[in-house]
Structure formats: C-alpha cells, structure tokens
Design a protein around this ligand. Structure first.
Ligand code: SF4
Length: 250
C-alpha cells in the first residue's frame, strides 16, 4: 500500500487536490482509500443525542460502532496513531489529507511562497492548490501542479513517486539505514534512496497480531528470534533450517 500526504493551510486547496487524486487514481483502476485529518478541536461524529452512540459513549463503552444501512463508523474514543489507522487499509493508494505525522512524500498546497516555505521539509516533493492557479514551473526545486487544468499530470507524478509509509521510530530505537525514519522518507521521496533501503522492508522475523505484522526494529527482532530459538532448540523435532511459527491468544 502506497500513501501520499496533502498538507497546507486552511482553504489552500487540500481537498480539491485530494479529491482530484482520488478520482484520477480510481479512473486508472486502483483501489484508493483516504484519511482526512480534522483540525477542529471539538469535532465529533455524533455531536447531539439524536444518534444513541453518544449515550453508549457516555455510559463508558470504549469502542462504539454506528451501523446504518449505507455506512458503518467505528468510533474509537481517542485519536489513533497513523500507523494503527493504516492497518485498516489494504488499498493500492491512500491519500492523507492534512496528515503531517506520517513518513510519506508530501504535496504542499498554499496561497503564496511564504506558506510554501513554512511547510517545506525533506518529505515535500510538489506544490499544488491555490498557488498553482497563478504559478507554474517549479518552486524550491518542486514541480507545481494545477489540478484544475491538468489533474492527470499530478496523478502521473503520484503514481510514480508515492511509496509505502515508513515507520516512525525514534532515532534511539533504529537508525540502521543511517538516517531517522523521517529523513529516510525524504530521501525516498526525492528518489535518493529506495523503500527497500529501510531494513524493516524485508523483516526477517515477524510478529503477527490479528493477521497484521507489528513493526520491530532489528534489535527487537533479534531478541524475539533468540528467545524462541532458545526454547525450540531444546525440543524434539527441531531442525536447523525451516520456518518457525508461534501462536497464542491473549
Ligand atoms: S531502517 Fe527503517 S525503521 Fe530504521 S531508521 Fe531507517 S527508515 Fe526507520
């Protein structure tokens, strides 16, 4: 699953760019999901008591599902980390509107050069939104895409440059590639490194929780592997080569 973020100030064209990408990628036959970051502090799906999910929540239910004829909303009572949210997606592409805490390439939307300069980090690779309505070419070495005139050009670009999100480990936990996860995301976004350069890409030891692999830095992979091997070697039937699976329920 590849993802790309669209980041910018309010009314700078984030939603226009995000929906243009969703439509363009769907037209090309991809399975597309999206995440919309809501910045309003008091936002809630069920603001009044007309929908009884609010009463479930007030009673203390820790995971409430609103199930209707056309939509189902699973309401977690907290802001989930992006890595956890993305486990729900098995799409070809996920568009992350307004999401800043995910190590993927970013498209900046802005009104002017000052806003672009404020938002550029190593992961930004293109500019679009309101600024692109009156500007073209490049800025800060990033191509400018006007999705109102030529959305397909941005879809081509995203198709080529989006990559599977990197983890968000602290540098203390992992810097096996020689960079932080965020720096590495910038290197991949600018095609100075490949997604395979993250050592977790081909994780040799996997820990699967409810069908989903949990990311582990190499140090933790080795601890787990050595612990399991220490037990398995003492058992009858142990072989030097093969695949070991351990399953248990919590
Ligand atoms: S190897 Fe992967 S997980 Fe480790 S710091 Fe680099 S990008 Fe992050």
């Amino acid at each position: 699953m590849k993802a790309i973020a669209v980041n910018g100030t309010s009314n700078s064209g984030k939603t226009t760019v995000s929906t243009a990408l969703i439509q363009g990628l769907r037209r090309r036959g991809y399975r597309v999901g999206s995440v919309k970051e809501i910045h309003h502090k008091n936002f809630t799906i069920d603001p009044d008591a007309k929908v009884d999910t609010r009463l479930h929540k007030a009673a203390g239910s820790q995971l409430v599902t609103a199930r209707a004829l056309r939509e189902t909303a699973v309401l977690h009572q907290c802001k989930l980390p992006m890595e956890e949210i993305l486990r729900y997606y098995d799409h070809d592409f996920v568009i992350l509107e307004g999401v800043a805490d995910c190590n993927v390439a970013r498209i900046i939307t802005a009104h002017d050069e000052t806003e672009i300069a404020e938002r550029v980090d190593g992961r930004a690779i293109a500019v679009s939104g309101v600024f692109a309505n009156t500007n073209s070419g490049k800025i800060l070495d990033m191509p400018i895409f006007n999705v109102l005139k030529d959305a397909e050009a941005l879809v081509d670009f995203v198709e080529e440059r989006a990559f599977e999100p990197l983890p968000s480990f602290d540098a203390d936990c992992c810097s096996q590639c020689g960079y932080s996860c965020r720096e590495m995301a910038g290197m991949i976004a600018w095609q100075k490194a490949a997604r395979e350069d993250c050592v977790l890409y081909s994780q040799a030891t996997e820990l699967i929780m409810d069908g989903e692999p949990l990311p582990m830095v190499p140090f933790v992979q080795n601890i787990l592997k050595n612990a399991v091997l220490g037990v398995a070697k003492e058992l009858q039937g142990f072989k030097d080569k093969g695949k070991i699976e351990v399953r248990f329920k919590l």
